[in-house]
Design a protein around this ligand. Structure first.
Ligand code: ADP
Ligand code: MG
Length: 585
């Protein structure tokens, strides 16, 4: 074949492939355009997971009627004039490719009325062909309507994931932009269902609340740091709040959402030793650097950036996160040597703190899991602070079981309410993990059990067979999706073999493939969850006592392998305050 220049249409479809990969990429480009136009309000409507319709409306500066055809032309932008400008980019867009790309793979309608003009104008583009500009009535701002995405590139359509996945991608994207731009009012609806709405009042914690719920939003820790060249702000999760993957760690660099593994790694590093293996923090951190310190022109979708001094940025992030964590993580209390006495006796105070009894009861329980109590300032005066999770327990004396779910125990420093399921999970987990290096507590089944799995589950399990044998499973492949179980870890012996195997592959797809180093802990945690006593299970006195003893012997007795607290501590001090035994009398 002779060399020939590609027809425009083909060339722009090729280019479009780099910018518009899926519906969420269209949403990203349009939202970024709206933000660049100075919008205060951005509305996003989606139908059919974005394949049927994506419409983004804003109240920004608008596009003058005579510039509409230019806006959809390739390499046409109002944001960049010289090559030098590339190193001082302050807008999200600059490549002038998005609208042209979208117009070549969808039916695009651009309606806009620019600042100070009375009438709006509309332009239709279909398969890369302009339909001409016509006047219309329109409010100030721009409405971009994208219909039938990839209608002319069926191959692309086939590469899209299930609708639910594409929808989630869009939700996740808009959520992140809403967090990054709290001063902009976002509204997202999918198939007429309202997904997200923010007030645009600039309060980022309020946006967090609308995304994750008030509870989580209240717990998130603020990060603020100003270092040479880099300023940072955002929110990170306390160590009591974790996820099973890194997906909820988001970075914005100069207002742009970037996927940057080293940045994510820097944040995860800051939690080092504070989180269970296989657990990750969540958070959103916004970095601001002088534009010339970041190269944003790395990737057509602008999802990657290059830093001039990457090391400085990464260590800055790590320091800032660590500082925020330590500032909020309560320190072990050394003060107040309290004696736990029966309530009938008057309490003797060895120290007089000289403060009035709090009027309102305030916090009722002090959670061991070191949740940052909102009123940090008041609690600094409190003599008893929750110790760091992971620290050893005092010697506990079992009082009994309540609601067939919790154990009550006492110690010199107060009362402990123990979640029997979480506690047992912890005990089993440490046993399983501890014995990996030593003797494998495996028990051979009297008769090997045959277990049939679905083909995807079977594939996952096959990949894990070596790890499984270290955990005490003896499983062999037996036909395409069938397995022969010869031995189980001793702690699982009460489960039926099929159930034990299924536990391992259950939500694996959702979690994607974890790193090999984490796999063992992840599998072990999952197995323990299944094998642990349940809430609602009546335990004999001996069982209760041995659970408490076993928990005391654990290295990290205060959290379950999934990071939830195993116990709540009601300190002597707290009880005294709650009963009005402490304070001016
Ligand atoms: P880029 O954003 O890289 O400049 P686009 O193809 O996304 O390229 O947009 C082309 C041009 O159209 C922009 O430079 C801008 O002038 C104009 N434009 C696009 N969307 C909007 C909008 N929502 N409001 C105002 N102007 C817009
Ligand atoms: Mg753009």
């Amino acid at each position: 074949m002779p060399i020939q220049t590609l027809p425009d249409e083909v060339a722009s479809q090729i280019a479009a492939g780099e910018v518009v990969e899926r519906p969420a990429s269209v949403v990203k480009e349009l939202v970024e355009n709206a933000l660049d136009s100075g919008a205060h309000r951005i509305q996003i409507e989606i139908e059919g997971a974005g394949k049927r319709l994506i419409q983004v409306s804003d109240d920004g500066s608008g596009i003058p009627a005579d510039e509409l055809p230019l806006a959809v032309g390739r390499h046409a932008t109002s944001k960049l004039h010289h090559a030098d400008d590339l190193f001082h980019i302050t807008t999200l867009g600059f490549r002038g490719e998005a609208l042209a790309s979208i117009g070549s793979v969808a039916r695009l309608t651009l309606t806009s009325r620019s600042d100070g003009v009375d009438a709006g104008a509309r332009l239709l583009v279909e398969g890369g062909h302009n339909g001409g500009v016509s006047p219309v009535g329109a409010p100030q701002g721009t409405v971009v309507r994208v219909e039938d995405l990839f209608y002319n590139v069926p191959a692309r359509l086939k590469f899209l994931k299930q609708d639910s996945t594409e929808r989630q991608q869009i939700d996740g994207l808009v959520m992140r932009y809403a967090l990054a731009y709290p001063q902009v009012r976002f509204r997202l609806a999918q198939d007429d269902k309202l997904i997200l709405q923010t007030s645009g009042n600039g309060d980022r914690r309020e946006v967090l609340a609308s995304l994750y719920g008030v509870d989580i939003a209240r717990q998130m820790l603020a990060v603020v740091a100003e270092e040479e060249e880099v300023s940072m702000e955002g929110f990170i999760s306390p160590i009591s709040l974790t996820r099973s993957n890194r997906r909820e760690i988001t970075f914005f660099v100069n207002g742009r959402w970037v996927m940057d593994t080293p940045l994510t790694q820097a944040m995860v590093q800051a939690y080092h030793t504070l989180l269970m293996v296989g657990r990750y923090p969540m958070g959103v951190i916004l970095l601001n650097l002088p534009p010339e310190s970041v190269d944003v022109n790395v990737h057509p979708a602008k999802a990657e950036v290059r830093f001039r001094s990457p090391e400085r940025v990464f260590s800055g992030v790590q320091r800032a996160v660590r500082r925020a964590l330590l500032a909020y993580t309560p320190v072990p209390n050394m003060g107040l040597a309290s004696t736990w006495m029966p309530p009938s006796q008057p309490v003797q105070r060895s120290v007089d703190f000289g403060w009035e009894m709090a009027e309102d009861a305030g916090t009722v329980v002090e959670q061991v899991s070191s949740q940052p109590v909102e009123s940090q300032t008041n609690t600094t005066a409190a003599p008893t602070q929750a110790p760091m999770p992971g620290s050893a327990l005092p010697l506990l004396r079992l009082v009994g079981q309540v609601g067939a779910t919790y154990l009550v125990a006492e110690a010199p420093d107060g009362l402990y309410l123990i979640d029997q399921h979480a506690a047992h999970e912890r005990v089993l987990f440490e046993r399983l993990m501890g014995s990996i290096s030593g003797v494998i507590p495996s028990q051979t089944l009297l008769e090997p059990a045959m277990v049939q799995l679905t083909p995807p589950a079977a594939r996952l399990l096959t990949d894990q067979l070596p790890t499984l044998s270290r955990l005490g499973f003896q499983v062999e492949s037996f036909g395409p999706a069938t397995f022969l179980v010869r031995a189980l870890p001793q702690i699982l012996i009460r489960l039926d073999a099929g159930a034990a195997l299924r536990v391992l592959v259950e939500d694996f797809e959702e979690d994607e493939t974890p790193l090999q180093s984490e796999l063992e802990a992840r599998l072990a945690a999952r197995v323990c969850k299944r094998a642990a006593v349940k809430a609602g299970q009546v335990l004999t006195n001996e069982e209760q006592v041995s659970l408490v003893r076993d928990l005391e012997a654990c290295q990290s007795p205060r959290t379950c392998p999934h990071g939830r607290p195993t116990m709540i501590h009601l300190s002597v001090d707290l009880l005294e305050r709650q009963f009005g035994r402490r304070g001016a009398r």
